[in-house]
Design a protein around this ligand. Structure first.
Ligand SMILES: Cc1ncc(C[n+]2csc(CCOP(=O)(O)OP(=O)(O)O)c2C)c(N)n1
Length: 293
């Protein structure tokens, strides 16, 4: 099976600026909708920007193009990061983000592949999306298709047994057209508390996540998920690997980019006050109305 090279697109510094603008859209949208998630979207946004602007072989004006690479956001609660990326990439107008989570919106709290252009798999029940990605990859092999399927998982999501059933099957069938990327931000929704109630422990410590994926027969790479140059290089290596599946452990920070949200589990799904929104946007060099973004 042939492997393609990284697609043409913006340079790393431009991608970094796109990610900064995306963060401003994310915080504004969640504040405007009075609900949604922030910590996970902010940890995964650099990866999604890199994927959709430089890695995926896609056609935003033809979302159902059969030969496109697939990307499944298995940690579906981070939908606002995916919607923002898709809008910025041209799948639908950026203004539509303002409808997020409204009852008649196609941008629901969790991604719906039957409603939103660019969504390859519905997700939200943790672990489900990854099994869908496995099915897509197995189907591609059966149909003789060359595209790659990327699945983006949370580290807390890896607590789900269904994740490991899919991991086992991918190794069993030596699938080398699937790449799992784990957004290892070291926090989940509540998780386990440490010495105090406010101190939350990572769902996996040290090399546990690497060891588990390796034990299931996956080749494992690690990267800094906020260093877009590292993301582009590591994901290309993962895509080009032959003979079996690859998992990339992406080291990230929950709430990345906004000082008072970083590494604070309470921002998993909190809505910013007007003051917090203003501070967050100021840190991002953006304004409530859109301004520089
Ligand atoms: C099967 C299932 N159980 C529980 C939830 C509720 N839930 C949503 S997000 C979340 C925590 C996920 O943690 P992680 O995967 O680390 O996400 P991130 O930190 O990247 O936001 C939980 C328990 C869910 N969506 N699905």
């Amino acid at each position: 099976m042939s492997k393609q090279t990284t697609v043409a697109g913006p340079e790393v510094t431009e991608l970094e600026d796109l990610a900064r603008r995306a963060r401003a859209h994310i915080v504004r949208t969640i504040a405007g909708a009075h609900g949604g998630h922030l910590g996970g979207p902010l940890s995964v946004i650099d990866l999604l920007i890199a994927l959709y602007f430089r890695v995926l072989n896609i056609r935003p004006d033809e979302p159902d193009w059969p030969d496109r690479d697939r990307c499944v956001l298995s940690k579906g609660h981070s939908s606002i990061a995916l919607y923002t990326t898709l809008a910025m990439r041209g799948y639908f107008p950026i203004e539509e983000l303002g409808t997020f989570d409204a009852i008649d919106s196609r941008l629901q709290g969790h991604p719906d592949m039957t409603a939103t252009p660019g969504i390859d798999m519905s997700s939200g029940s943790l672990g489900l999306g990854f099994s869908g990605a496995l099915g897509i990859a197995m189907g591609a092999r059966a149909a003789g298709k060359d595209f790659t399927t990327y699945a983006v998982l949370g580290d807390g999501e890896c607590n789900e047994g269904i994740v490991w059933e899919a991991a086992h099957a991918a190794q069993r069938y030596a699938l080398d057209n699937i790449v799992a990327i784990v957004d290892h931000n070291k926090l989940q929704q509540f998780g386990w508390h440490g010495d105090t109630l406010d101190h939350r422990l990572s769902p996996y410590t040290g090399s546990q996540l690497v060891d588990r994926w390796s034990a299931f027969g996956w080749k494992v790479f690690e990267m800094d998920g906020h260093d877009i140059g590292d993301v582009l290089a590591t994901v290309a290596r993962a895509r080009d690997h032959v003979g079996g599946p690859v998992a990339v452990i992406s080291h990230t920070i929950k709430g990345k980019g906004i000082s008072f949200m970083e590494n604070n589990y309470q921002w998993h799904a909190r809505v910013p006050t007007a003051e917090e929104l203003a501070q967050a946007l100021a840190e991002l060099g953006a304004t409530p109305a859109g301004g520089r973004s």
